[in-house]
Ligand binder design. Sequence first.
Ligand code: BDR
Ligand code: CA
Length: 311
Amino acid sequence: PRRIVIDTDPGQDDAVAILLALASPELAVEAITTVAGNVPVALTTKNACVLLELTGRTDIPVFAGAARPLHRAPISAEHVHGETGMAGADLPEPTLRPQAIDAATHLVDLLRREPEGTITLVCLGPMTNLALALTHAPDIAPRIAGIVAMGGAQREGGNITPTAEFNFFVDPHAARIVMRSGIPITLLPLDVTHRAIATPARLKPIAAVGSPVTDMVVRMLGAEDRFEKFKYGWEGGALHDPLTIGFLLWPELFSGLRCNVEIEVDAPLCVGQSVVDLWNVTNRVPNALWVNDVEADAFYSLLTERLALLV
Ligand code: BDR
Ligand code: CA
């Protein structure tokens, strides 16, 4: 199996991404590292522990990461994910605790210890942990097999400002460090995640499984008061982060193009914007696979099959 570390801020859609990874024999989850994003890091860490307990995977270590972005003040998204970060999950307090060392330190240790090119990073939140690791230990960059990240927006516009997607907006400096690192990176921006909305028709087969895991997923994603319904007038919520795992498992469902992506950090109206050189109008070297479409119904069928494998 492909060995991955999931860097995440659970987060309702992060939770589904983690569950999909745990349900997939093609992937070995080596660790979960947490970061402040949707909710403060104490809660994202607790939520990661809750999910591992629910699925009986307490063998996977959790490392708590950055409590705040590199240079900017923290911003969270309780308006989307609820006060706990996983509204609707309603799970008991976990007994699992994070490891003693922090996320960035663990990333450096792991990447130096394991053979070059064997660890893939899946980034589902602000990229603060990875940026800290790369800054302290630039030698890890060529050791990373690749990064698959949810972040950015171009065709769709932003979801937290008119121009910026949440993960890149929260820590644009971190995103810039990662985008300039030379590590092979695949981005799943809003341009693709907005094509995979969790509509009632797509949630119905998940609900029909009727397991504790799928019941929780449906409670989180199916809430009548979901923010996207009011905000965008959609039939259901976006399911951003699971597309990263979906891309690792079923790349044939996705399409995109290789291009240069830079992150704006200064311009007040555009902080966190992913500036995507779709037409190669600069001479900047392509640094990302910019994914912009998915066969969404096929993705949901496969997601449903996999979630049904969990308790
Ligand atoms: C991203 O922001 C978070 O709220 C989601 O978990 C996802 O990672 C979407 O912009
Ligand atoms: Ca997330």
